[in-house]
Design a protein around this ligand. Structure first.
Ligand SMILES: Cc1cc2nc3c(=O)[nH]c(=O)nc-3n(C[C@H](O)[C@H](O)[C@H](O)COP(=O)(O)O)c2cc1C
Ligand code: SF4
Length: 366
C-alpha cells in the first residue's frame, strides 16, 4: 500500500517514483533490504548500502558470498517492494566495480554514488534502465561529473545535492562545514542552474530534511525530491543495532559532533554521536591499529590495496570498517561501535514504523 501523498511524483529515467522521497543509503548494515523494501512499498525509493555487504550477507546466509553476489542479492530482495536501488560509495575502491556489476545485473532501479566523485560509473558496464545518480556538494562537482560522463556518452539521471547537516561522510573540508555559503538552501540555486544547463537533471536535496514542511519548502524552490537518512535510521525496519537506535533517541544537540582527527581514514569529516564507544576510545587513542577488513584501502605504488591511515596509527584516524560493522551488529564482541547520524538525530524521540514515517513525510491526510 503506497502512502497517499500530497507531493508530486518524480520521473527518473522514464520510471515514476510515486512519492519523491529517497531513503538514503546507510552503511554499514543500517539500510539493508528490510528497510529499503518497506520504503519502496510506501512509494518512495528504497536504497540498500553496499558498504561491507559481503560480510553482512555471508553472516546472514551462513555461506560466504563476494561483493558482486551480496549486491545482487540485497538489491533483488529490496526490489520485491517496488522502486529500489543501492548506494555505492566511491571511497570503497576495492569492491566498487564488483558492487556496481552485481547491482546492475540484479536490475537495480538506481545506483547512487558519492563519498568522492564517481567519474567512471557509466563506463563499468552498460546500465540499461538503471538510473545513475551521483551525490555532490557543489555545482562545481556536478559540472566535473557531467563533463566526464559526457565522454562516456552519459548524463546523470538525477543528482543528489547533500549539504553539511547530513549523517555519514560530509563532502566539505572540515573548516567549511559551518560556512553560511554551504547551507543547503544556499548550495541549491547554483546546483539547480548547473542541472538545468546539462539537460534539466532532477535535483534531489539531502542533509537536514526532517518534516513534510521541509520537503514542501525545497520542492517549492525547484527540487524534484529529497533524500533522507537519519529519520529512516530511527525506524523499526532499519538494521541498526538496538543500542544504536537508543543512542539516537537519547542524543541531545551537544552530543552530535563532526569527527576529524581522530576521524575517518577516508579523509572526509564524519558526523557521529560523541558517546559512540569507538569514538570515545579513539579520542583516548585506546584501540591499537589493526587492519583486518580493508574496505577503504587505497592502492600502493605496486598497485596493491594496502594503504589506510587507520592501519598504521591511531592518532588521526579510527578504524571505520570495524566501528561501523559493529554498529550494524557484526563483530560486536570484538570491536566497539561507531554511531554516525545527521544533526537532526537530537530531534528523534521515538522509533517509528516506515509506514507511519512515510505517511507523515508524504503529508498523507494533510
Ligand atoms: C547512519 C547513516 C549512514 C550513512 N551512510 C551513508 C553511506 O554509506 N553512503 C552515503 O552516500 N551516504 C550515507 N549517509 C548519508 C545519507 O544517505 C543521507 O544522504 C543523509 O543522512 C541525509 O541527511 P539526514 O540524515 O539529515 O536526512 C548515511 C547517513 C546516516 C545517518
Ligand atoms: S585499518 Fe580499519 S578502516 Fe582501514 S582499511 Fe583496515 S579495517 Fe578498514
Amino acid at each position: 500500500m503506497k502512502s497517499q501523498s500530497t507531493l508530486q511524483p518524480i520521473i527518473i529515467k522514464g520510471k515514476k517514483l510515486p512519492v519523491p522521497i529517497v531513503q538514503g543509503g546507510m552503511g554499514v548494515g543500517v539500510s539493508l533490504h528490510p528497510l529499503a523494501r518497506a520504503v519502496a512499498q510506501e512509494g518512495g525509493m528504497g536504497i540498500v548500502s553496499s558498504a561491507c555487504l559481503d560480510r553482512l550477507v555471508s553472516k546472514r546466509n551462513n555461506k560466504k558470498v563476494n561483493s558482486y553476489e551480496a549486491a545482487y542479492e540485497e538489491v533483488s530482495l529490496a526490489k520485491a517492494g517496488g522502486y529500489a536501488g543501492i548506494n555505492i560509495m566511491w571511497a570503497l575502491f576495492r569492491d566498487y566495480n564488483d558492487s556496481v556489476k552485481g547491482a546492475l545485473d540484479a536490475g537495480a532501479d538506481a545506483i547512487i554514488s558519492g563519498a568522492g566523485l564517481p567519474l567512471n560509473l557509466p563506463s563499468i558496464q552498460p546500465p540499461k534502465d538503471t538510473a545513475l545518480i551521483p551525490i555532490v556538494s557543489s555545482a562545481r562537482a556536478l559540472e566535473i561529473i557531467c563533463k566526464k560522463w559526457e565522454k562516456h556518452g552519459y548524463r546523470p539521471d538525477a543528482v543528489v545535492l547533500e549539504g553539511p547537516l547530513a549523517g555519514g561522510h560530509l563532502g566539505f573540508r572540515i573548516d567549511d562545514v559551518e560556512l553560511e555559503s554551504n547551507k543547503l538552501e544556499n548550495l541549491f540555486p547554483p546546483v539547480k542552474d548547473m542541472a538545468i544547463k546539462y539537460g534539466d537533471i532532477p535535483v534531489i536535496v539531502a542533509g537536514g530534511i526532517y518534516t513534510h514542511g521541509d520537503i514542501v519548502r525545497y520542492v517549492n524552490m525547484g527540487a524534484a525530491g529529497v533524500q533522507m537518512g537519519t529519520r529512516f535510521l530511527a525506524t523499526e525496519e532499519s538494521s541498526a543495532s538496538a543500542a544504536y537506535k537508543s543512542a539516537v533517541v537519547g542524543s541531545r544537540d551537544e552530543d552530535i559532533v563532526v569527527a576529524h582527527r581522530p576521524g575517518s581514514p577516508c579523509g572526509l569529516p564524519f558526523r557521529v554521536i560523541k558517546q559512540s564507544p569507538m569514538y570515545a576510545s579513539a579520542l583516548k587513542r585506546l584501540r591499537k591499529p589493526k587492519c583486518d577488513k580493508g574496505y577503504v584501502l587505497l592502492k600502493d605504488a605496486d598497485g596493491k590495496y594496502s594503504i589506510c591511515g587507520a592501519k598504521e596509527s591511531n592518532e588521526n584516524f579510527f578504524c571505520i570498517c570495524n566501528g561501523l560493522l559493529s554498529s550494524g551488529g557484526y563483530n560486536t564482541d570484538q570491536e566497539e561501535a561507531l554511531y554516525t547520524v545527521g544533526t537532526n538525530a537530537s530531534r528523534v524521540d521515538r522509533i517509528m514504523s516506515v509506514k507511519d514515517l512515510m505517511r507523515e513525510l508524504a503529508g498523507a491526510g494533510a
